[in-house]
Design a protein around this ligand. Sequence first.
Ligand code: MF3
Ligand code: CO
Length: 250
Amino acid sequence: MAVVLKSAREIEQMRRAGSVVRQVLNCVRDQVRPGATTLDLERAAEQKLAELGAKAAFKGYHGYPCVLCTSVNHEVVHGIPSASRTLREGDIVSIDCGAIVDGFYGDSAITVPVGTRIDPTTRKLLEATESSLQAAIRAVRPGATLGDIGAAVQEVVEAEGFSVVRDFVGHGIGTRMHEDPQVPNYGERGRGMKLREGMVLAIEPMVNVGTAAVEVLDDGWTAVTRDGSMSAHFEHTVAVTADGAAILTM
Ligand code: MF3
Ligand code: CO
C-alpha cells in the first residue's frame, strides 16, 4: 500500500474531522470522575458525535463494538467501554476517539487522571507521554524521517525511565483510518521513510511505567501491560506542511 499525499484542500477537510474528535474528547473528559463508568463516557461520546453530525470511526472497525476506546490504568489501548468498569479516585483513563466527516478521518487520544489524588509516578507518566507526543510533532517537517519521530518520543520517555510500547504503532490516515506508513514510537534519527508535504500521520505514543511488554486479553481487544504497570496514550492527527506540522485534531 502506498502513502497517499493530501492536497491543502483535503487537509482542511481533515481538520473538520479532527475538530469533531477534539470536541468529543473535551466533552468526554468533563465526564471523567470517580463513580463514572467507562460506558458513561461512551454514551457522552455517542451523543456528542450525533450532535455534531459525524460518524464514529471505530465502531464496526474489524467488529469493534464502541465509538471510544477507554483503557484504565494498566490497560494500554483498545479497552472496551463497559457498565461494569467504574472509575475510581487515583485511576487514569486513556480515551481514544475517531470520527469521519465527509469521508475523512480524524483520530486522537488523551489520558486523564480520575479525581485529584494521582500518585507522583503516574502524574509523571502522563506528563512524559504527552510531552513525547509534542516532541514528535516538533520533529515533523518535509525531509525529516519516521526515525526522527520515533527517536523524539523515545528520548523523552526513556529519560524518565519509562518504556515505549512497540507492539502498536501510529499510522498514516486519510479516507481510511489506517494508511501507510506505520509510525513507530521508537527509532533512530535519519532512518526510515522521509516525510513529504501532504502526508498526514496519526502519531500515538503508548508508554508504560514498567517494561514495554503488552498482551491482549481474551476479549480480543484490550491490550494490557504484562507487568501490570500503568500505561498512558496520547495521539494527534498531524499533517506535514511546508512550515512543519499542522495539528488537525485541535
Ligand atoms: N487510535 C487507534 C488506532 O489508530 C484506535 C483504533 S480502535 C479500533 O488504531 F477499534 F478501531 F480498532
Ligand atoms: Co490511531
